[in-house]
Design a protein around this ligand. Sequence first.
Ligand SMILES: [Zn+2]
Length: 70
Amino acid sequence: MSERAAPFYCPYCGDEDLRPSEEGHGAWECAACNRAFRLKFLGLLTRGLGRDGGPADTNDDETHRGEEGA
Ligand SMILES: [Zn+2]
C-alpha cells in the first residue's frame, strides 16, 4: 500500500483522467476539466471506530452526577 492518497475521480467534474501534479505531494491535475487540486490527510476521526454503529453514551453518568446533591 502506498502512503499517497490517490483519488479515483475528479471531485469537480467526476472524470477519471487524473495525473499527479508537479505542484508537490498530494497535488493532482484533471485533464478533463483542467483543474488542479490537492488532497490532504487531516487525521483520524475519534468517532466511527466502533463496530456496533450506535452512539456511545459513556459520559452520560458523569453528566448527571451531582445534580441531586446540589
Ligand atoms: Zn475534472
